[in-house]
Structures are given as C-alpha cells and as structure tokens.
Ligand binder design. Sequence first.
Ligand SMILES: O=c1ccn([C@@H]2O[C@H](COP(=O)(O)OP(=O)(O)O[C@H]3O[C@H](CO)[C@@H](O)[C@H](O)[C@H]3O)[C@@H](O)[C@H]2O)c(=O)[nH]1
Ligand SMILES: [Mn+2]
Length: 751
Amino acid sequence: MANPTAHPLYEEISLKHVTVRRILDIIILFLQLSLLVYRFFNLNNNGFTWLLAFLCELWFTIDWILSLCIIWTPIDYKTYPENLINQVAELPAVDMFVTTADPVLEPPIITVNTVLSLLAVDYPADKLACYVSDDGCSPITFYSLVEASKFAQLWVPFCKKYNVQLRAPFRYFSVKPISSTYESLEFQQEWGKMKEEYEKFCQKVEEAHKLVPSNLSADYAAFKDIESKNHPSIIKVIWENKNGFADGLLPHLIYISREKRPNMSHHYKAGAMNVLTRISGLMTNAPYMLNVDCDMYANNPKIVLHAMCLMLGLKQNESNCAFVQFPQMFYDELKDDPFGNQMVIGFEAFGLGMGGIQGPIYAGTGCFHTRQVIYGLSPSNTDINGKLMKEVLEQQFGYSKKFTKSVSETLCGLEEKTFCQDSVLSSIEEAYKVSSCSYERSTGWGNKVGWFYGSATEDVLTGMRIHARGWKSALCMPDPPAFMGCSAIGGPEFMIQRKRWATGVSEILVSKHNPIFVALTSKLQFRQSLAYTWILMWGIRCIPELSYAVLSAYCLITNTSFLPKVNEAAAMVPIALFLIQYIETLVSYLRVGLSVRAWWNNMRMSKINAASSQLFGVLGVILKLLGLSETVFEVTQKDQFTSNDEGNSTKADASVFTFSDSPIFVLPTTLLLLQLTALVMAFLVLQPPAHGGHGAGLLEIMCSIWVVLCFWPFLKGLLGKGKQGIPVLTKLKAAGLALIFLHLSKRVSMV
Ligand SMILES: O=c1ccn([C@@H]2O[C@H](COP(=O)(O)OP(=O)(O)O[C@H]3O[C@H](CO)[C@@H](O)[C@H](O)[C@H]3O)[C@@H](O)[C@H]2O)c(=O)[nH]1
Ligand SMILES: [Mn+2]
C-alpha cells in the first residue's frame, strides 16, 4: 500500500474569499442590531406598523445569525481518484438506486439515459449493480429498460474505448465531439454507427406504447390489467453479470415495482428507497449505496471513484463519514436562471459551510451512503462483531430470515465477502417477500432504520437522523460536475416543487424531529442543529417576508409610516442594510461566474416563492396538524431538452413565467395589485391626512416600487395572454382580496 501522505485520496482546501465576506457579514449584523435598538426605543411614538416591522426585523436578524452559524467555517475537499488504485487493494462494491414514479411526468427516455450513464461509469462492473424502482408500475418503463440493456452492450464498450466523458447518450449526441478525437477515421465511423443505434433505440422507446405487446404476453404478463396504485410487486432481473468479470461486461440491472394497495401508505420516495435497500441487501448487499433521481444522470464517469476517495480516505483518518453528497446541478440551464432554481450559490455557501460542522445535508439525489448507516449503526457501535440477537434483528428489520442474515453480516462488516457470490436470481423469491406492503408492519423501517417517513422532504429528515447518531458527511464538488438533472421550469411546475419542499421542511420543524429537541437528546452538534433549524425555517420565513411586503402598501394606503424619514439620520441604517446585503449577494453570484441578471432573477424568485409556494406549503402543514388533510408528494415534471440549434426556440419560451388556474397564484397577484393601488394613491396624493407628522415618506414608496419590481413576471402576467397570462378568475379573486384589504386598512387606521 502506498504512503497515504505522498498520494492522498483527498485534501482539505481552505477558502480564500471567506475573510472579506465575514467582515461584510458582521457589518450587516451590526446594522440589523442598530435598527432593532432604534425601533425598540421609538415603539411608543409610532403605531402598530412599527411593532410589526420590529417583529419582522427581529426575525430577519435571528435568521441572519443562524445563517452565519452555517457559513462561518466552510470546508472544501479535493479528491484524487488516480491515487485510489495505489491505496486500496480492492475497490468496494456499490449498489446504485434510481427511482421513478410516473412515466408521463418522468418520460422513460430520461430514466434510461440516467441508467445508461450509471452502467457506464469507470468502476469495475462486477462491483456494481443498478436497481430501478418504478412507482408508476409501467410496462413502458420496463420495456425501455430492457431495450436500454441491449443498447448498453454497445454503448458502454464505446464509452470506455474512447474515454467518452459524457455517458448519458442524449447529452453526448446533442453536441459534435471535439475535432481532435473526431479526426480518427475509426472513431468517426464508430461514432456515426453509435449515433444511429441510439436513434433507433430512442425511436423504440418513443413508440413503446405501440410495441409493448398489447396482450402483454411472456415477460410482460405481470403487467396485465395492472392499476398503478393497486398491484403486487413485480421484480425483473433484466441483466445479470453472471461471470463477475470486471471488464467488458455490464453491472446487474434490476427492475422493481413494489407492491401497492389502496389503503396502505407507501410513503412515496422514502418507501421506494427502503424497498430498494432490502432487495439489494438480498441480491448484492454492497457496503455502499448510491441514490439518484431518475433525471440525474452521471455527468462525470469517475464519480464512484471520487466518492470512494472521500469515503475510504475519511475512514482511514477515523472521521466517521456516513454519506458523501454531490451538489444537485442541472443541464441545459436557461439563460440567467429565470426561475432562480439552479441553486449554485446555496450549495456553495451552505453545503461547504456545513462541511465545517458535521457536514452537508442529504439532498435526496447524488448521494452515496454506507449500508451500515442506513441500517441504523452509530459510530460508537461499529465493533458489533456478531453479537446481534436474532429477535432484535427481526423486530427492526422484518421477518425475512435471509434478509436479517444479510443485515447482520453488514452490521458486522462482513458484507463485502458475500457480494456477487450467489446469482441475483436465486434471491428473487425472498425479494418479493421483502417488497410487499405489509413487510414493514411493526418494524423499525421508516423510523429507526432506512429512509425516514413523515416528511415530504424525506432526504433532509433522513440526513438529520444520521447526523443525530454522531456521524459526519462530506460534500464533493468534482470537475466536471458529478450529476446533472432537469430543473423545474414554468410557473406551475416550479411552484409545485417548492410548495412540497416548504411542506416537507415545515413538517420536520413542528414534529418530534425538531432539530433543537434532537440536539438535546442526541449527538447532533449544537451548531449543526442551528444549521438544520435555519434550513427547516425556510417555509415559515414567508410570514415575516410577506408581512414586510404588505407593510409598505398598508402605510402608503393609510398614510402611516414604518420606516424613518429620509432626512432623519436613522434612515441611513435601513438604506445601508438594504444596499450592503444586496451587494454582498451580488458579489457572491459574480464570483462564481453568474450574471447580474441571474442574481436579480434569484432575488426576485425568492420573493415570489415566499408569497406563493412557501405560504401554501405552510398552510398544508397547518391543515395536516389540524387533521384536515394529508401531505402528498407531487412529482415534478421532467422535460428533456437538448442544446442543439432546433432547441433554441423552445428554450426561449421555457424561460417565460407561466400561470395556471391554481390558487397558488392568487396571493402574489393580490400583493401586486395592492402595491400598484398604493403607489397610485401616493402619486396622486389620494391618501388620508397623516396623524402627527408620521405620514408615509419616500422610503415607503421605494419599498413598494421594489416589491413591484420583484413581482414583475406577475405584472406581465396581468396583461399576458394564454399560459403567459394570469387567468381571469385568478385576477378577480385577487382583486376581491385586495378590496377587502383596502377596506380593512381604512377601518384599522381610523381606530
Ligand atoms: O411516490 C414517489 C414519488 C417520487 N418518487 C421519486 O422521487 C424522486 C424525486 O422526485 P421529484 O419530483 O423529482 O422531486 P424533486 O423536488 O425534484 O426532488 C428533490 O426533493 C425530494 C424531496 O422533496 C427528494 O426526494 C429528491 O431526491 C430531490 O432531488 C424522483 O426520482 C421520483 O421518481 C418516487 O420514487 N415515488
Ligand atoms: Mn427532481
């Protein structure tokens, strides 16, 4: 084994821009505190608008302090996959999980591209297995995977022979290869042939509904008369890497559609992940597991090696790493990020920032876990060595003997020896047993072991419970980026996704998993619990944000104030605060190479989000607490773009904000109408006379203008047509609400 210091697997990198940022951060905090003090001593001379503003600003200050806790000591890692071969005698096995739930919202061609990119990664094929969970129970998805396994026999050797970097074919063929490699005649011929084969394959997938035998015979018989929400399990070994050869052959490929019954909760993605964990535990039982959403293809062929550098390197250094998270990144991003959904800054600041505490959150996709951690192991009991009681295992993991045996091997660290020894087919009967709806009844699945239930953001919850056992995690940002997926675009799709996130995080905040409680009773570090609190407060942050936005309109309408007059010295504080905060975020965008427009779009979308999806998400949780409704996981629509020339017109359309008749659009429209009314009243001097010189001033006007600018897509939507216009009914509802608000404001201000 080589000297680890001469050939390290990873290095910790110090981040240079941090000092300047810290100075700015402290100035902002100082200004926020000054504003609070100033308000506090002037509360008596001003009306309830000052009190409300004080409360909002108090919230913003606490929020700021929490966010500083996260980002204060960032840590980045650089990984060296080339050193891995020298450092470890044998690479560990990895089970790769892909989840899909709906063949319409998640077209099979996207899922199979992800699968192809995973089958082709640079890692010994006999150490890999790919499991696809299909919650849509679609014969089309199954058929597409069968065809993909045939195409893979050509695709994977091609990628390895020519060291292709982009191994999701739909992306690879969307651009011509660089000329130096393209010059070899042999390559040109093979490239052309492969492109042709890929096109044939695509056509088959596209026409799958015609090709899948209508009488569903032979392999498809299991799908006959199936209802996607009421059916037994279907498990198919599509490809078995029988001889266990490392080169030339493909990893195992297994299709799973778990049993579903109408009156049994299936726990959405978390439930699917738990079934995948159990079946893979029976079939291959790899010590590491990778999980990706169906749209997140591997963009860097060395990702498994990068992950192993951190997993194994941190283990050598006795740092208890439970999972390695790669940032969520998106392909075919729209120019200037019109929906503010690329999340680049978030992963940079908060991912690396949490790296300096216990590590980043688990983000649901692009993450490698150790199987032991998923089985509930703590860093302190890694020396179990065969002392596990059979009864305890059955209680936690269910009544399958074969499965509990594999669990005990895993917990004792013996799983490596069993990988690939038996044929995967030999476990199929037991696999049916562990994938049934009733298997988890009275076991620890979903609350002690596996993926946790009870939140629409099962990822954040599961990651937190892992940190609570004292484990750490690491963020890995290799170049080229590890995984790439589709971001939700268009108003309605985007809002559905953000609403679900807001619901999910708020659910955790008000549950027994509240991070502050968890920190008191577990090994969750205090600063890590503050970091989680900040993340989980993302949904309810909409309340102070909205109150603040409404305040400016209210003040203009009733001729009252919530900010100092411009000619008072105190006015400098909010003005400076506003400017420094926005300039600081602008600089952070420019530093990573994003444009001013991208920054603006992100700022703007965060306000629109607050007034729509976040608020709806929070309302959903309140309804759940009152027992009036259950939260559901609405799957995000995935679109397949390509960067070729024909794609341009659709891409331009895609960046336009669209609307639907969803009630989610009513409130932002109301807010906009209110601000417009308020500004008209201010400019035409239609306001009532001010009491005691405390009337609205320039700062209130500026605030209102700012809100209107933030809601610009809605202003365009007021006049727009078709999908780009706000539906008439939504406008009427918003106008009604705005009138009620006007009426109430007048009543309140006269009291
Ligand atoms: O009943 C379900 C619902 C969803 N999924 C899968 O879950 C994944 C995520 O769904 P998506 O609609 O793409 O949600 P996003 O908001 O884009 O996903 C992010 O946020 C989710 C939590 O809200 C995490 O589960 C995801 O991993 C994370 O990428 C997809 O592969 C789905 O196929 C299932 O397998 N079963
Ligand atoms: Mn997604």
